[in-house]
Design a protein around this ligand. Structure first.
Ligand SMILES: [Zn+2]
Length: 435
């Protein structure tokens, strides 16, 4: 029965016309110009910057030597095309032993990951002997090279970064990623934004032109350069005129979740879509006939997505099957709490460690989209079962995972108000600019 119905799915060739039509429509869309609002706000506890930048104003170490014998710092901003050797020379290091060490010692290797815009610093004696060389890598650790005994030593320690919060907002005119790119929202933050709201919004199918988002998120910077982004602190998303808000709340140190303004957890007991919404998978399903993704007679939901798109466990559970399963091709089945189970078919491959008996957490990657078994194109066949019977999960009212109690809510409200105010202010500025 399954076999026959799978065969009735539209063959891949008939999607080509639809794809062309979609592209043409996308090109023909009037380009609405929206302005992303940018802002930087200080928020929360600030960490001190460990390195005090000292701008060296003397033209050369030789001249410096005549004026003073105090060791001094120089710093250089890395530009694309710079080599470490050239930077060290510009820093006034005139020390063959130090240069030899940096060139040959394996411990000095992290210094070679040069990022343009970052700063590298050296402290030398007036005649150019190296006292300290400091550089913060892309991974956020500070590398220090110092004389030690007759040679040099390298120390690597986490850099103390300045924690700030940043705000971005935008309006969707073509796709979510086009909108986030336009306002400079990093992909990692976009990924969090989707994860926060995916229980409420079907990002694969229900995003609309005119949908808006606003995000307040943490950044960690050094010398005015963002070294990495952190967590989203508050966000809102207006989808089809419905406004959703989320605020991060720590229930105990280091542990927390996102709550609506009413204090309800936004996390659902089951993910709405097991296919990860990513730059690659977004828009892909739009090229296929939408019927492919609807609940069909074969009692599953098909999600068209490029081969290799990541598939996530819909909820916590135990894997009861992982292998080849007839028309399903490579398949995974997971038993969840109570009578619930889910099945994932046509996988291109399984994620590492996915085998019978393995415990998984909600959102864990279990495998990748493919077209194994009886499939006419890459898609995930997803079944949601109660006591072994397939049901349409979109028809069920699955419980929210939890709500804050009165005491927690009072604390939450205090944390939430400044963030909410910030989002509202920025939304107003955004609208005013767009006018
Ligand atoms: Zn299917």
């Amino acid at each position: 029965m399954y076999q026959q119905q799978i065969l009735s799915e539209k063959p891949a060739s008939s999607h080509r016309g639809a794809r062309k039509g979609w592209l043409a429509a996308a090109v023909a869309l009037p380009m609405m110009i929206t302005f992303g609002a940018y802002g930087v706000a200080e928020f929360g506890p600030q960490q001190a910057v460990a390195v005090v930048p000292v701008t060296e104003s003397l033209p050369s170490p030789d001249l410096a030597a005549r004026i003073t014998d105090t060791p001094f710092w120089r710093e250089e901003t890395i530009r694309s095309g710079d080599t470490l050797g050239a930077l060290i020379a510009k820093l006034g290091v005139d020390d063959d032993a130090a240069k030899q060490f940096i060139r040959t010692d394996p411990a000095a290797k992290p210094l070679y990951e040069l990022h343009s815009g970052r700063v590298i610093r050296a402290q030398t004696t007036p005649d150019g002997r190296l006292l300290q060389l400091r550089y913060v890598t892309g991974a956020g650790s500070e590398i220090t090279v110092r004389p030690s005994g007759t040679g040099f030593s390298v120390n690597e320690a986490p850099a103390e970064l300045l924690r700030e919060s940043e705000f971005r907002s935008g309006t969707i005119t073509s796709s979510l990623f086009a909108a986030t790119d336009r306002v400079g929202l990093p992909d990692e933050v976009t990924r969090q934004l989707v994860e926060i709201f995916e229980g409420e919004i079907d990002f694969h199918r229900r995003l609309q032109k005119g949908d808006r988002f606003g995000v307040v998120y943490e950044t960690f910077s050094l010398d005015g350069q963002t070294v990495r982004t952190g967590r989203i602190l508050a966000a809102e998303f207006v989808n089809a005129g419905r406004k959703l808000s989320a605020v991060w709340h720590e229930t105990r140190p280091g542990e927390g979740a996102y709550y609506s303004l009413k204090g309800e957890s936004l996390k659902k007991s089951f993910l709405q879509t097991p296919v990860e919404f990513s730059r690659i998978s977004s828009g892909f399903s739009m090229r296929f006939h939408p019927i492919l993704k609807e609940w069909r007679a074969h009692k599953g939901i098909d999600y068209a997505a490029p081969t290799g798109t990541r598939i996530r466990a819909a909820a916590d559970g135990v894997i009861t099957f992982a292998g080849r399963k007839g028309a399903y091709g490579n398949a995974v089945e997971i038993k969840h709490h109570g009578a619930y189970s889910t099945l994932y078919g046509h996988l291109n491959g399984f994620a590492a460690g996915i085998r019978n008996g393995q415990h998984v957490r909600q959102g864990d990657i279990i495998g990748f989209v493919g077209s194994t078994g009886r499939a006419t194109g890459p898609h995930l066949h997803y079944e949601f079962k109660i006591a072994g019977n397939q049901v349409d999960p979109s028809k069920l009212n699955l419980p929210k995972s939890h709500t804050l109690d009165a005491r927690q809510f009072a604390r939450f409200r205090d944390q939430m108000q400044p963030l909410q105010g910030r989002l509202e202010l920025m939304a107003r500025i955004d609208l005013a600019r767009a006018r």
